[in-house]
Design a protein around this ligand. Structure first.
Ligand code: F6P
Length: 323
């Protein structure tokens, strides 16, 4: 491999810059040219890229977002889109590629690998919804951001004896909600993976807790939870049923920004380094994963077929002790 490309795709995540840095530095130190592709697969199709060197990635390890920018690219989901991208790779002389993103991005990486451009994926998403991987880049930082924000919400919730309903991101998964919810001592945590009778779980639980003298409540709701309407409506419903004045907060994109945590920087550096070493050996169609605190790699299709779910025991613990 003489020349490799690196791109970030899908929703950005804190730590993506640290991963880019590791890819560029490992590539350059191994004697390869490294091309930085802007705006993910969209930029690849448009040929929007530039040659990077050791200094191009100075002073980015601590920054959130992605210096290469990111995008979700519909065109790349089509056969013509993939063909266009392959054509660009051939013109520029890209022999391999590192793709940093989520499941959708790995499908793209698998398509390119199939067409002769070996790709290695690195899981970067705050949602932690990559089945083959225990920890994705950005997840730890996002959990800490949620914890900080909800600690602040708790101050005012307590002062006013209110109930705060806080919606967190996660798309269709509840990893952020469950772990951050346990860390902030939420009275109730609602996640898409566990279907509950809301009346029984939330209202009864609040009533029971009120009887023990508790006067303020935090309810964490993952954005993918169905059947409760929007969080404003849900807060009004809680107020009507319990008599506790309630407010809703949607944390939103604040969860995607900020300086990456130690864990995310270390994970990103390890994964970036590993991805390039896989490419150096001429291997493609792989995804770098973190399993049981060890970094390894898997075939992309095998990884995409794997299933994981939230830790039900953690959910039990949260319910047992946050009362
Ligand atoms: O996948 C990351 C994520 O932040 C999800 O948690 C959320 O559902 C989605 O992206 C939001 O996407 P966008 O930034 O395009 O609105």
């Amino acid at each position: 491999m003489k020349t490799i490309g690196v791109l970030t795709s899908g929703g950005d995540a804190p730590g993506m810059n640290a991963a880019i840095r590791a890819v560029v530095r490992t590539g350059c130190e191994s004697g390869m040219r490294v091309m930085g592709i802007r705006r993910g697969f969209k930029g690849l199709i448009a040929g929007d890229m530039y040659e990077m060197n050791l200094r191009s990635v100075s002073d980015i390890i601590h920054r959130g977002g992605t210096m290469l920018y990111s995008a979700r690219c519909q065109e790349f989901n089509t056969e013509e889109g993939v063909d266009k991208a392959v054509e660009v790779c051939r013109e520029v002389g890209l022999d391999g590629m590192v793709v940093i993103g989520g499941d959708g991005s790995f499908r793209g990486a698998a398509d390119l690998s199939k067409k002769g451009i070996p790709c290695v994926g690195i899981p970067g998403t705050i949602d932690n919804d990559i089945s083959s991987c225990d920890y994705t880049i950005g997840y730890d930082t996002a959990m800490n951001t949620i914890m900080d924000m909800v600690d602040r919400i708790r101050d005012t919730t307590e002062s006013h004896h209110r109930c705060s309903v806080v919606e967190v991101m996660g798309r269709n998964s509840g990893y952020l909600a469950l772990n951050a919810g346990l860390a902030i001592g939420a009275t109730c945590i609602l996640v898409p993976e566990i279907k509950l009778d809301i009346e029984h779980y939330v209202i009864e639980r609040m009533r029971r807790t009120q009887k023990t003298g508790k006067e303020h409540f935090i309810i964490i709701v993952a954005e993918g939870v169905e059947g409760i309407g929007n969080v404003d409506a849900f807060a009004s419903y809680i107020e009507k049923c319990t008599g506790v004045e309630s407010r809703a907060t949607i944390l939103g994109h604040v969860q995607r920004g900020g300086s990456p945590s130690v864990r995310d920087r270390v994970l990103a550096s390890e994964m970036g380094n590993r991805a390039v070493h896989i490419l150096i050996n001429g291997i493609g169609n792989r995804i770098v994963v973190s399993q049981n605190d060890k970094i390894s790699d898997l075939d992309i299709h095998e990884a995409l077929r794997m299933k994981k779910s939230i830790d039900l025991d953690l959910y039990r613990i949260a319910n047992e002790i946050s009362i």
